[in-house]
Design a protein around this ligand. Sequence first.
Ligand SMILES: *[C@@H]1O[C@H](CO)[C@@H](O)[C@H](O)[C@H]1NC(C)=O
Ligand SMILES: *[C@@H]1O[C@H](CO)[C@@H](O)[C@H](O)[C@H]1NC(C)=O
Ligand SMILES: *[C@@H]1O[C@H](CO)[C@@H](O)[C@H](O)[C@H]1NC(C)=O
Ligand SMILES: *[C@@H]1O[C@H](CO)[C@@H](O)[C@H](O)[C@H]1NC(C)=O
Ligand SMILES: *[C@@H]1O[C@H](CO)[C@@H](O)[C@H](O)[C@H]1NC(C)=O
Ligand SMILES: *[C@@H]1O[C@H](CO)[C@@H](O)[C@H](O)[C@H]1NC(C)=O
Ligand SMILES: *[C@@H]1O[C@H](CO)[C@@H](O)[C@H](O)[C@H]1NC(C)=O
Ligand SMILES: *[C@@H]1O[C@H](CO)[C@@H](O)[C@H](O)[C@H]1NC(C)=O
Ligand SMILES: *[C@@H]1O[C@H](CO)[C@@H](O)[C@H](O)[C@H]1NC(C)=O
Ligand SMILES: [Fe+2]
Length: 617
Amino acid sequence: MAMLPEVIAILALLACQAQSHLLQTESVRRNLIVEVGDAANQYSTAKPCSGNETSFMGCFLASSNAKDYPWGSPEIRYPADGSPWGVHLTGPYPDGTTYLVSWLTGAPTIGRNPAQPNTSSLITHAAVTPAQGGTETRFAGSIITYLRLYSDTTLANYSYLSPYIHHVILANLAPSTTYNYKVSCRNGSLAGNYSFKTLPKKTAGDGSSPYPLRIGIIGDVGQTRNSTATRDQVVSNNPQVVIHVGDNSYADNYHASNPDLNKAGGTNQQRWDSFNVLWEPLFSKVPVLNIPGNHEIESTGIKSTISLTTTSWSFPSNYPFQAYAARFPVPGSTPASFGNITANMFHSTVLGGVATLISINNYIAFQPGSPQYKWALSEFKKVNRTQTPWLFVQFHTSAYHTYTNHYKSMECFLSIWEPIFYQYGVDLVFNGHVHAYERTHPVYKYQKNTCGPIYVTVGDGGNLEGLYRDFVDDISSSAGKPRCELFTASGLSPAALYYQNPGGWSSSGPRPSNCPTMSFQPATGLEGGPPLMLLNTTAGQPLLGFCQSSQPLWSAWRDPSFGHAILDLISDTTARFRWYKNLVGLKVAVDDVVLERKDACVNRRRRQSRRARRILA
Ligand SMILES: *[C@@H]1O[C@H](CO)[C@@H](O)[C@H](O)[C@H]1NC(C)=O
Ligand SMILES: *[C@@H]1O[C@H](CO)[C@@H](O)[C@H](O)[C@H]1NC(C)=O
Ligand SMILES: *[C@@H]1O[C@H](CO)[C@@H](O)[C@H](O)[C@H]1NC(C)=O
Ligand SMILES: *[C@@H]1O[C@H](CO)[C@@H](O)[C@H](O)[C@H]1NC(C)=O
Ligand SMILES: *[C@@H]1O[C@H](CO)[C@@H](O)[C@H](O)[C@H]1NC(C)=O
Ligand SMILES: *[C@@H]1O[C@H](CO)[C@@H](O)[C@H](O)[C@H]1NC(C)=O
Ligand SMILES: *[C@@H]1O[C@H](CO)[C@@H](O)[C@H](O)[C@H]1NC(C)=O
Ligand SMILES: *[C@@H]1O[C@H](CO)[C@@H](O)[C@H](O)[C@H]1NC(C)=O
Ligand SMILES: *[C@@H]1O[C@H](CO)[C@@H](O)[C@H](O)[C@H]1NC(C)=O
Ligand SMILES: [Fe+2]
């Protein structure tokens, strides 16, 4: 087994007490997370596109690796004869024993104003049988379709009516049980021989343990050869559930009329079909917990309105998230909510009876007063850490990372949510969007803090847009300065951008006009050289500790390469987190750290339980 850290870190009594004034009078029991044997900050300068260091992205995009499978490739082909394809599982539902199985039959209809069939009276089925023998249970479900009726006249002949999308709820399955399952063809006969294992469920009083519990984490996966590599490595690592932090098919990188024509501003629904085919080997085997990313919005080309907000932000005038909502209902969905966009934007569930996952959509309104804010706060309040000691959050856009792309784009979001994550003692936050890997130390307001969450960015699933290579603190060889200092957007420096738009400088969803001022990288969060203070005395602005010339102290590990993460929950207090890199394979996890949850902010490590030590040995 690879590199277990041996040194027990003596953690200084950090700023928890000092921060306590932020916690007001909440009587929330703090749950803290620290790294066992946490070593120095690390980063890799991996250049998977060697030989073109002046234009990493350009080199990648020029290579054949940066292409989705061409339309018609065997990897993404599906049968149009009515057999099931694109089978995928969602779950577990919050009750811990219910899952959703979804699949497609037939082929889409592409043409001028196709008529949407009335599927409301159609019934479909899935049948599950315990692999160890036993009786078959048959569940009935429903069929939906969705129609993207393009209002743009240049796209008028490319309206897309989806294949039949089947959704069947598999209720009250036995925990920790492998089931073989079959699903209905168009004509109703059952087909296929799929199999999946339900998660364990802790049951009070019966002595059962849900540990160890293995969670896979992927993001920004797409449909390239690199996506396949990620998919197959995740399958081989055998997770019991997969968290997918969003950006699925990248269908919106294509023209509506041609699934091989990359073109900004359109979206090609056939690329959702191929996506469902490509990922079936993982998604039909392991239940997935998804959250929408920007590539799920698909706001172009259709005409309709929807509003999920009561305050400062509203959707553009068409249906966003339409394909996503139709194909990936949230855990907890009922037949009445299949395909209902509003009902499928965010969710929360419990894994193994011990880990709460709250999944937030940062592309719809998230500010105080919004429906999502009220919902999420009530979810945080409901968590009982005695029953479910682990608490995780996922949302698409990376909040803590040091790559130039999307740097600081979540300042507004953080200004609202970071104190809430802190107050409720979130253990880990999972993000994507940044096409690379990065893990932070426990952090709060840009300072290492054993009471803060660890943020994990895994937007490294392999999509066609390629990897992000540049760190903000890299010294540009031509300018002799860190990229952070050189960075401009629309010709404005970071400082000017900040004053123009304190909510962050790139698109990461709705940005309320009343977003509070956020905190910036303080000098004490840096090492390896002085921070670059950006000063604009012309405008009478104060110093901003903003740029840095080295990896900040809160960044633990970063590597611009494709891969996936595995989180093993080993006990109520111990977990092991690993990041696997496609180019290295599964023999060695490139990043490997043991995490200990603490019940109080103390400066020494809690003893691992005997059971935890046995599992880790
Ligand atoms: C390097 O990237 C540039 C910019 O996209 C591209 O024009 C050039 O062909 C690449 N060179 C090599 C050797 O791949
Ligand atoms: C139902 O459809 C499947 C897939 O096309 C086909 O293999 C099967 O023979 C059909 N069954 C009946 C009874 O028609
Ligand atoms: C669809 O069919 C159901 C039952 O057959 C019927 O009650 C309903 O009115 C139909 N809906 C539309 C929009 O035609
Ligand atoms: C759409 O189809 C109609 C009829 O087939 C044709 O007249 C029209 O030119 C087509 N429009 C486009 C944009 O291809
Ligand atoms: C289905 O596959 C499992 C192994 O994955 C096998 O044990 C079982 O016999 C198969 N059942 C059928 C009906 O083919
Ligand atoms: C992406 O996939 C291609 C084709 O399999 C492979 O050659 C390349 O090394 C992969 N890149 C990374 C960064 O994993
Ligand atoms: C869709 O879901 C929302 C939120 O759950 C609900 O308010 C609305 O009534 C639903 N719409 C339909 C048509 O069922
Ligand atoms: C939390 O759960 C524990 C164990 O089930 C229970 O004893 C306790 O009362 C719960 N706390 C609250 C605030 O409900
Ligand atoms: C300094 O502030 C002025 C006035 O607001 C602005 O025009 C200028 O772009 C700023 N300069 C920098 C380097 O941010
Ligand atoms: Fe994204």
